[in-house]
Design a protein around this ligand. Structure first.
Ligand code: APR
Length: 316
């Protein structure tokens, strides 16, 4: 049995890819094509997931494949192919290794799914999203990255855990590059509509913000092999749903900027409305001077990575 349109293709059937596929299926969002270069692995995971369907009670389908032809017609392609971080490795260490993989994967997406929208997950995120847009040549609204939803979810959980409340009662937003300089926007953090500053002392709130910045590394250090995948998969799944159902929700994502936040010609983490066209519009929110400064520093770091990946591309 093949997949039915509209379907999502997931490239890379590792931890993040397979868990994303599972969440998309089991939440009934769409059918999935799961691609990996390792023979048999995506087929095995797809079969295992289908065998869970009678118990999970969904009627979605998933097909595992090693052939790019099978992604033809995908509405959204989620790219998780790449190497995960090892303990002590920064996202930037991954740059050269994953740039090669993204170039190969995106060349094939351009060829086999030229009308798709791309959600990039591979790290270093902002740089790989830039590379994906460059390799495919797709319009910038169709290429974006997943980072802010995850960073924001981490911060929401840490605050909820501290206050003993339900995570969904916490609203937060994390902007900037998906790295050590990401910017938790404390002026927009709300618990049940109120600032948490009365309930959490400032220095504790700063620690929570730092833990958010280190959120990925904390999991890497605990797992010892591999990096986070449950929360990343949930984050991708949310973006997929909002785009497929044209929900027009504003989520923090890695989007192309043309002057917003004083930044031009670069991919960066900002709030954006998502819908059937991918990025429908970038949303500018008011920031304090301190937050603006932090965002500028984060942008400078992302720009460095972009220059580096462009150099690698020219050299090869
Ligand atoms: N084409 C397609 N798939 C590839 C390629 C390629 N050229 N190279 C590697 N892969 C596949 C691997 O075979 C593997 O199954 O990508 C998959 C990656 O899975 P994992 O190693 O389990 O890594 P994962 O934890 O899923 O992380 C993937 O997401 O969050 C980011 O930092 C993380 O960049 C990493 C990516």
């Amino acid at each position: 049995m093949g997949v039915r349109k509209p379907f999502v293709a997931v490239i890379g059937a590792g931890q993040v890819g397979a868990t994303t596929a599972q969440r998309i299926l089991e939440k009934g969002i769409s059918d999935v094509v799961l691609f990996d270069v390792v023979e048999g692995m995506p087929q095995g995971k797809a079969l295992d997931l289908m065998e869970a369907a009678p118990i999970e009670g969904h009627d979605r389908r998933i097909v595992g494949t090693n052939r790019y032809e099978d992604i033809a017609g995908a509405e959204i392609v989620v790219v998780t192919a790449g190497l995960p971080r090892k303990p002590g490795m920064t996202r930037e260490d991954l740059l050269a290794l994953n740039a090669k993989i993204i170039t190969d994967v995106c060349g094939n997406i351009k060829k086999f799914a030229p009308d798709s929208k791309l959600i990039i997950v591979t790290n270093p995120l902002d740089v790989m999203t830039h590379l994906a847009a460059k390799v495919t040549g797709f319009s910038k609204n169709r290429v974006f990255g997943m980072a802010g939803v995850l960073d924001t979810a981490r911060m929401r959980y840490f605050i909820a855990d501290r206050l003993g409340c339900v995570p969904q009662e916490v609203k937060a937003i994390v902007l900037g590059g998906h790295g050590d300089l990401m910017v938790p926007v404390s002026s927009h953090t709300l618990v049940n509509g109120k600032s948490p500053s009365g309930a959490i002392p400032t220095e504790e709130l700063s620690k929570i913000e730092q833990r958010t910045r280190d959120g990925g590394a904390e999991i890497v250090a605990l797992l010892k092999t591999g990096s986070a995948f449950y929360a990343p998969a949930s984050s991708v799944c949310e973006m997929v749903r909002v785009v497929l159902r044209d929900e027009k929700q504003v989520l923090p994502v890695c989007a192309f900027l043309s002057g917003e936040y004083g930044l031009k010609n670069m991919y960066f983490g900002v709030p954006a409305e998502l819908g059937k066209n991918g990025i429908e519009r970038v949303v500018e929110i008011p920031l304090t001077d301190e937050e603006k400064k932090a965002l500028t520093q984060s942008a400078a770091k992302v720009k460095q990575g972009i220059e580096e990946v462009d150099r690698i591309a020219i050299a090869s």
